[in-house]
Design a protein around this ligand. Sequence first.
Ligand SMILES: NC(=O)C1=CN([C@@H]2O[C@H](COP(=O)(O)OP(=O)(O)OC[C@H]3O[C@@H](n4cnc5c(N)ncnc54)[C@H](OP(=O)(O)O)[C@@H]3O)[C@@H](O)[C@H]2O)C=CC1
Ligand SMILES: Nc1nc(=O)c2c([nH]1)NC[C@@H]1CN(c3ccc(C(=O)N[C@@H](CCC(=O)O)C(=O)O)cc3)C=[N+]21
Length: 350
Amino acid sequence: LVRARFSKSTLIDRRISRGYVGLGSAGLLRGGWRELDEKLKRFSVGDNNRRNCHHGGSVLHVSANAARARSEEEQFVRPPLVVVPSAEITAEVIDGKRIAEDVRREIAQEVMIMKETRGQVPGLAVVLVGNRVDSATYTSGAKRKPAQMLDSLRMLPLPEHMNEEKVIGAISAEKDVDGFHPLNVGRLVLQGRTPLFVSCTPRGCIELLLRSGVEIAGKHAVVIGRSNVVGMPAAILLQAYNATVTVVHSLTPNPAEITKTADIIIVAVGVAQLVRGDWIKPGAVVVDVGMNSLPDSTKKKGYRLVGDVCYPEAAKVASKITPVPGGVGPMTIAMLLQNTLDSAKRTLKS
Ligand SMILES: NC(=O)C1=CN([C@@H]2O[C@H](COP(=O)(O)OP(=O)(O)OC[C@H]3O[C@@H](n4cnc5c(N)ncnc54)[C@H](OP(=O)(O)O)[C@@H]3O)[C@@H](O)[C@H]2O)C=CC1
Ligand SMILES: Nc1nc(=O)c2c([nH]1)NC[C@@H]1CN(c3ccc(C(=O)N[C@@H](CCC(=O)O)C(=O)O)cc3)C=[N+]21
């Protein structure tokens, strides 16, 4: 294990069996710490072959058993890299809250420009039926006052007396910021067509992967869950990014045998801590969509949120993992805002 710490908030872990780790060139430093941090996430790993560290820079030697690491060269990066030898593998946390903040900042910038140049801002109408806690969380997270009836979403699942198909169909595909309308789902599934909107949660999962430097193309991705709102569109999207995709559902025998072959796992099941450490291939990337509340008397609210992944176990095996809370949830809200902005831009253009 190589652990690089640059500041209080930045901790980068890599698990490699042997070889060298190259830490960029002086050129990488130009963009400041944030950029260096990004580049480091993609540092090259060579097999005892120094030429793999293209531009020189800091080189760390990692022993064959991966438990001992030592610095071989003076580092030019400041603050200095600290290498902590550790027998326990700790995955890099994909900080959905921080990434969502980045996205929201980008959106705010665009909205400001839209306001200045066109005198208009995007608006979102929410139809909330019933009193589900997760729907209320989602709605308040979006925190958008409907300035105009530009776009809309209806919270799902609906109470039983309501027909989901009719409710979804009642909103035009052009305003369907949830990406649930059959026209948008159809366009997502068909090659060569582009949906007007992609469902927020799966889009958030992909965005988390992309913004964390995870390569999707050519990788084996396993999606657990096949619901219309998360699992199915997530699997389709991963395919669109050229992953080889396997879908696991409630009737799949031996799910762990399948997930153990995955480079990327997206879990959207709704069963607390279903995915255990031994379901995961060492070094795999784990995205946990699940949002389950477990009774917890030590918490003010009387419960705590956990995902569909047994986080403490998974974090010892995976190379990157999203936490719950603070992972996919905030990204879902950010993607809702992104879809709303995209829609407003489209409306203003036409
Ligand atoms: N973070 C966020 O933004 C969001 C989080 N969520 C959370 O994600 C989770 C999934 O949500 P959603 O997709 O709507 O749930 P659904 O209940 O609609 O779908 C669950 C899926 O998981 C499958 N499944 C159930 N049990 C198992 C099992 N033991 N092994 C393998 N597969 C199983 C089901 O299979 P089958 O099809 O065979 O029944 C189904 O396809 C929930 O915890 C939900 O709260 C949901 C939306 C947004
Ligand atoms: N039409 C529709 N579209 C949805 O996308 C939709 C929906 N209906 N109904 C409800 C579910 C659930 N959902 C959440 C999204 C973000 C958080 C979220 O931000 N969670 C925080 C935790 C907040 C807390 O601590 O309570 C986090 O994960 O960090 C939660 C739940 C979207 N859903």
